[in-house]
Design a protein around this ligand. Structure first.
Ligand code: UPG
Ligand code: F6P
Length: 735
């Protein structure tokens, strides 16, 4: 299969990623915990609206597969259809059970790998990847780098402002780090700001005040595209009666249920300031007389069984209701179904009540749009999202939510002026349709993406990137050819040229890779010198690093994999005691490789050195070569392991790999399921492989030997004379 440059008109394939929380097509469970709120509904609405756009052919919303007896089986379905062009795809990520987002970081690489396999099955790569929140940002950034596809990112909520808020509330840095894993999150957010081609925000203030807390935000990468709300669900009350079950779920708490409702819908989270709201209501007797307070703060069976931070919010809530003696005036329903949510807004509108968002800060605030669409005026924090929304919708008032007395007074004033109330209700319904529809969002979004892709295509043309255009060929290629460099690929000029012609003929069909002891810079330098196109995959420093293509994108998954038990500093320290070895120059030292020069007369045996390290509780592999070098590597790092990892990661069977080598450090990659070729000029340490299954010993030497092996295995599309003339052109492009 050959990778093609995309024609301008071809409709788009968008891959959305939102890892945490609970996402399904119907009956979203929102407010269940701190991770199930606005973002879940945002990504689902976005997926559906995008798929309805005429320029979009396909939308996949990738999320975590959760197989938890405490939850509906829906979250364990690998695929769910949302509409003709949109679906949810779910991949495992760590343990099967539900986990809060801060604990998912160690497992995210699994999603990257599963997605690569999935794309292979699809036979098509997305045009853009769009990640939501920092965890999905990590997955999206890896995929974007590995595949050469632009990344769009939406933060929804950022680590630095949250960390600053928690610190200023008096919490200890070490405790909040333990609970929220800020270091990892903020590092990823910084990386995303460098890597993403486009960052979509809901407001301008989000760019200035939130992203502004990070180093060097590049204003050109940001685009404000506010979300929409689903007006087919959220609509004004009209004449229809409210569903009796919904009414009942509220009335059962209230002494005078027909009074106006002050409605608050939010996740039970400290930032949402439910405590301040109770104080506002509890301290204002006139307000209590005028209206009931209805708090919809997620669903609960047993507060004691909830996660600690939510349990604290709800416990405080109950204690505060008791302290102000608000029994009979406050409703706090235990459960609500998703179809009940619009009904709750309508019920509040019918009662001539108001909606309140009492949060200390609110990046955007989807509930304010939902209320507007249902004809319910709002009181909201004088902060980013609400400021923009109220400036557009004119459906209520802003208030200082840090001041409970001001909040109480503002609520009372809003409920008392009937003419103003009617104007707000009308404004909300009209203006939300004018400013906040998903169709409007998606129109702007598709224009931005199209401009981005257009610019990128132009760049590719300018750079004339080697064998293919920008996107990686690996996910769709059927075969891989991986070779050692020195004395295998290189060594005879005529052989090299014939091999380059073969590579050109096999573009898109075969992945081209090298596996070498050289560090990556040195490998690229020598390949350029010999006019060999830059490989799709570079396994370097004896398998301790993997990079991709011209841009040398590192495979972070591999680094994470081999980091296991690797204590570089301690190993280097322990080896100081070994006679007959001295460190090679700094440019030969890598994060996962310590290299020594050896005096064979003095150095103890490799087994003795291994034992010395083991005695100190250290784990490493020692590779002794050519009687003069000693490389110390993590136990999982080697050329052979790297090839097996690539096979697994990219979903390409090991049997479809042709590998070639000449010496001892190639043994591991030459044995096993691969199609192995040992070149004619091989060293003695490979002789014992003669007769081993799937190991071909070529007569010819160097690159000629590789080509002989390819013929033996009938590997690849064989070169034709007509195609061979493109050779010099590609070499130039590869430089
Ligand atoms: O018990 C509940 C609580 C919430 N919701 C729904 O959950 C959503 C909450 O969204 P939002 O008010 O925007 O708040 P967050 O959950 O905090 O969402 C985050 O992400 C949103 C989308 O980017 C931003 O609008 C917010 O500012 C940001 O804090 C709304 O659809 C609510 O109707 C429920 O259905 N039941
Ligand atoms: O408190 P945090 O970690 O900043 O996150 C806020 C959360 O709000 C949500 O958007 C609610 O859906 C989450 O997805 C997001 O994780």
């Amino acid at each position: 299969m050959r990778t093609q440059a995309k024609s301008k008109k071809e409709p788009l394939y968008v891959l959305l990623i939102s890892v945490h929380g609970l996402i399904r097509g119907e009956q979203l469970e929102l407010g269940v915990d701190a991770d199930t709120g606005g973002q879940c509904t945002y990504v689902l609405d976005l997926a559906k609206a995008l798929a309805a756009h005429p320029q979009v052919a396909k939308v996949d919303l990738m999320t975590r597969l959760i197989d938890d007896p405490a939850l509906a089986a829906d979250y364990a379905q690998p695929e769910e259809t949302l509409s003709q062009h949109a679906r949810i795809i779910r991949f495992p990520c760590g343990p099967k059970r539900y986990m809060r987002k801060e604990t998912l970081w160690p497992y995210l690489d699994q999603m990257v790998d599963r997605c690569l396999h999935y794309l292979r099955q699809q036979g098509r790569l997305p045009d853009v990847i769009h990640s939501h929140y920092a965890d999905a940002g990590y997955v999206g950034r890896q995929l974007s780098m590995l595949l050469g596809i632009p990344l769009i990112h939406t933060g929804h909520s950022l680590g630095r402002p949250k960390q600053a808020r928690l610190l200023s509330s008096g919490r200890k840095a070490a405790n909040i780090e333990k609970q929220f894993n800020f270091e990892r999150r903020i590092a990823e957010e910084e990386a995303l700001m460098q890597h993403a081609s486009l960052i979509v925000t809901s407001t301008r203030q989000e760019i200035e005040l939130q992203y502004g807390m990070y180093p060097h935000p590049d204003p050109k990468r940001f685009k404000v595209i506010p979300p929409g709300t689903d007006t087919s669900r959220f609509s004004p009350p009209g004449r229809q009666a409210i569903a009796p079950a919904v009414e009942q779920s509220i009335y059962r708490f209230l002494q005078q249920p027909k009074k106006p409702m002050i409605l608050c819908i939010c996740r039970p989270e400290i930032r949402k300031n439910i405590k301040g709201l109770i104080a506002a209501y509890g301290n204002n007797l006139a307000l209590q007389k005028r209206a009931n307070l209805v708090l919809v703060a997620g669903c609960r069976d047993n507060i004691r069984a909830l996660e600690k931070s939510q349990a604290t919010v709800l416990n405080e809530l109950l204690l505060d209701i008791d302290q102000y003696d608000l029994w009979g005036k406050v409703a706090i329903p235990k459960h609500h179904a998703q179809e009940a949510v619009p009904e709750l807004y309508r019920m509040a509108a019918k009662s001539r009540g108001v909606f309140i968002n009492a949060a200390f800060t609110e990046p955007f605030g989807l509930t304010l749009l939902e209320a507007a669409a249902c004809g319910l005026p709002v009181i909201a924090p004088d902060d980013g999202g609400p400021r923009d929304i109220l400036a557009n919708c004119h459906h209520g008032l802003l208030v200082n939510t840090l001041d409970p007395i001001a909040m109480g007074d503002t609520l009372l004033a809003a409920l008392s002026d009937k003419t103003r109330w009617r104007a707000w209700a009308k404004n909300g319904v009209l203006n939300v349709k004018r400013h906040y529809t998903w169709a409007g969002h998606v129109n702007k979004y598709v224009k931005e993406i199209s401009a981005l892709l257009h610019k990128q295509r132009k760049n590719w043309r300018k750079q004339q990137i080697a064998l293919h255009q920008g996107k990686s060929p690996i996910p769709l290629a059927q075969h891989a050819f991986i070779t050692d460099i020195d004395n295998t690929l290189l060594g005879r000029r005529d052989g090299q040229e014939a091999l380059v012609a073969w590579l050109i003929d096999n573009v898109g069909y075969t992945v081209f890779g090298i596996a070498t002891g050289r560090p990556v810079d040195s490998a690229i330098h020598i390949l350029r010198k010999h006019r060999i196109p830059i490989p799709d995959v570079l396994i370097t420093s004896v398998g301790s690093e993997i990079h991709y293509g011209l841009r040398r994108i590192p495979d972070i998954g591999w680094a994470n994999h081999i980091r296991h038990l690797w204590r570089r500093e301690d190993i280097q320290q322990a080896l100081k005691a070994i006679p007959g070895i001295r460190l090679q120059s700094a440019d030969n030292q890598r994060e996962f490789k310590i290299s020594y020069l050896v005096d064979p007369q003095v150095m103890p045996t490799v087994d003795d050195i291994s034992q010395h390290l083991r005695g100190q509780g250290l784990h490493a592999q020692l590779i002794y070569s050519h009687g003069e070098f000693l490389d110390v590597l993590p136990i999982r790092a080697s050329k052979g392991h790297a090839i097996r990892y690539l096979s697994y990661k990219w979903g390409l069977p090991l049997a479809n790999f042709l590998v070639s080598g000449d010496s001892g450090n190639d043994i591991e990659m030459l044995t096993g399921d691969t199609m192995a070729v040992v070149v004619g000029n091989h060293s003695e340490d490979l002789a014992h492989l003669k007769g081993a299954p799937r190991v071909y010993f070529a007569e010819a030497t160097h690159a000629h030997g590789i080509l002989e092996g390819m013929q033996h295995y009938k590997f690849g599309i064989q070169p034709t004379k007509a195609q061979a003339h493109t050779h010099s052109q590609v070499i130039m492009e590869g430089r």
